[in-house]
Design a protein around this ligand. Structure first.
Ligand code: APR
Length: 318
């Protein structure tokens, strides 16, 4: 492997992991290691992706493996390992099973990489990134969750469809936990700088907010077997690119709070600055009373899942 390039490890060679690996390679972001518990699958998918290199004009090396030694000295680790939702399941229903997986994956990663930046994708997201922080002991700048970029992309899409305007002009901000209590922020959702509160009536906004909150479930219900992967994968890669290219992008990400927004010791969706050092800064917005109530409600739900993680860790003596 060419060590001059950044090394991106993707854990979980399923739907989301494969999409992340593919987009990282296509964008020449670095060499990619795809690792999974199932033998043959990461090797096969990596080789297939590598064979598209001459067609897509990328030089990244792509390696598939079941051995964590191959992940040594990763700059970025994206954890997608775990079960996706089935129709009717909430993200929280996955907690116990995915906690076991994320705990063991994080322990293995930390054996071979001393200071990676970890991006969590596995659900329930806020609890899984909290678990990975406790297990890895990484500083809060080097561990984040991917949720807000995806939820905002969904809201951007719905706004563009509703107003019949270009997607590229729409910006959006969705904060809070990655569950049904997430908090889409219409005041910070704009079309070429114009807040949607000036372009739509309240009924339209409420409808789009609700569709955003249920955006993941809408895809799960359609697919029937698995959850969304294209937009989630693209959202992760936006974060990877912001870090590796030190873009200092302001993105809604799941970050560790120490007093910001009135909460501590939870991971929560807030606007952050993403650059070469990872989550470089949390931006605190001035909220209306209504927004504060909604964010607090979401934070309370997230706190409950973090408490469940603490109980699980205690039960296994960690
Ligand atoms: N180590 C490594 N890989 C694992 C482990 C483990 N201990 N356990 C499971 N995996 C792998 C599976 O073998 C599978 O290839 O994780 C992969 C998950 O892929 P999919 O089932 O296709 O799930 P995906 O749609 O990619 O979603 C992954 O992201 O969005 C979330 O809710 C979603 O938690 C889920 C995760």
């Amino acid at each position: 492997m060419n060590f001059a390039r950044d090394k991106i490890t993707v854990v979980g060679a399923g739907q989301v992991g494969t999409t992340v690996a593919q987009l990282c390679a296509y964008k020449n972001l670095g060499n990619v290691v795809l690792i999974d518990i199932v033998e043959g699958v990461p090797q096969g998918k990596a080789l297939d992706l590598q064979e598209s290199g001459c067609l897509q004009a990328f030089d990244s090396l792509v390696v598939g493996t079941n051995d964590y030694k191959d992940t040594a000295d990763s700059d970025i680790v994206v954890i997608t390992a775990g079960l996706p939702r089935k129709p009717g399941q909430s993200r929280e229903d996955l907690l116990a099973i995915n906690a076991k997986i994320v705990k063991s994956v994080t322990e293995e990663i930390m054996k071979y990489s001393s200071n990676p930046i970890i991006i969590l994708v596995s659900n329930p997201l806020d609890a899984m990134v909290y678990l990975a922080k406790k297990v890895s002991n990484l500083p809060k700048t080097r561990i984040v969750g991917m949720a807000g970029v995806l939820d905002s992309a969904r809201l951007r899409t719905f706004v563009s469809l509703e107003l019949d305007c270009s997607l590229v002009d729409v910006d959006a901000m969705v904060l809070g936990g990655h569950g049904d209590s997430m908090v889409p922020m219409p005041r910070y959702t704009t079309v070429s700088g114009i807040p949607i509160t000036e372009l739509m009536n309240q009924d339209q906004i409420d409808r789009l907010v609700e569709r955003t909150r249920k955006g993941g479930a809408e895809i799960v219900a359609l697919l029937k077997n698995g959850s969304a992967f294209t937009a989630p994968g693209a959202s992760v890669v936006k974060m990877v690119e912001a870090i590796l290219h030190d873009k200092k992008r302001i993105l809604p990400c799941t970050a560790y709070l120490e007093g910001e927004y009135g909460w501590s010791d939870i991971f929560f969706g807030v606007p952050v600055k993403m650059g070469i050092d990872g989550m470089e800064k949390i931006i605190e917005l001035k909220l209306t009373d209504e927004e504060t109530v909604a964010l607090n409600k979401s934070a309370e739900e997230v706190k409950k899942t973090c408490d469940e993680v603490d109980a699980l860790l205690k039960a296994c003596g960690s």
